[in-house]
Design a protein around this ligand. Sequence first.
Ligand code: DC
Length: 217
Amino acid sequence: MLPVLTIDGPTASGKGTVAQRLATRLGFHYLDSGALYRLVALASLRRGIAPDRVEDLAELARTLAVTCTDGETSLEGVDASNEIRTEEVGQHASIVAAHALVRAALIARQRALCMPPGLVADGRDMGTVVFPDARLKIFLTASVEQRAQRRYQQLIAKGFAANIAPLLRDLTERDARDSTRAVAPLVPAAGAKTLDTSYLSINQAVNMILEWWQGTR
Ligand code: DC
C-alpha cells in the first residue's frame, strides 16, 4: 500500500501551503481536493446548473476534465487557479460538496490520484472517508479570526478587493455548513493528530508534522 499523509481542516487553516511543502519535502504527489470541489462548482456556475440539480451536478463531478494535483489546477485543459479562489466559488463549492451523490462521484477520482511514491492529500474528509488507511492523519486548525486575517492577506496578494468583516462572516458560515452536513462532515478522523496553527509559522507546522511522520516508520 502506498504511503499517504492526510491534512484535513477548515478553510484558511494553512492546509494548502503546509500540505504542498510536505509533499515537496517528502517527494510525494500533492492532491488539492478543495480545488476539485471548487472546479466542479466553477463549471456548474458557468453552465448555469442550479445548486439543487443534484443529478446534473453528480454527472458533472463524474465526467468533468479537471487537474488538481501537484500545483496544477485546470478545467477542461485551461488553467483555472485564480478563478477558483474567489469567495463566490468557495461558497458554491461548499454548497455543491454537501450533496452525497457529488461526493460519491469524486471519491474514486481522488483515490485514483494516489500514485507512487506517495501522496499528501489536503481536504475535509481525506482521513475520514477517502484515505481511511493513511499512515498519518492531521487535523489542521486555527482560530476563525486568524483564518480570516490569512484569507484577507491571500486575496490582497492576488489583487482581489477584500474586507475582514464579510470574510469572517463567510468563514463562519462555511465552517458551520462543512462541519454539520450529513455526509462526510469536517471532523477529525479517528487517530488524527490535531495541530492548531494560530500561533505557528508554516515552517513550524511543517517540521512538527514531518517529525510525526518520521515516527510512523
Ligand atoms: O479547501 P477549500 O476551501 O478549497 O474547499 C472548498 C470547499 O470544498 C469547502 O468549503 C468544502 C468543500 N470540500 C469538501 O467538502 N471536501 C473536501 N475534501 C475538500 C473541500
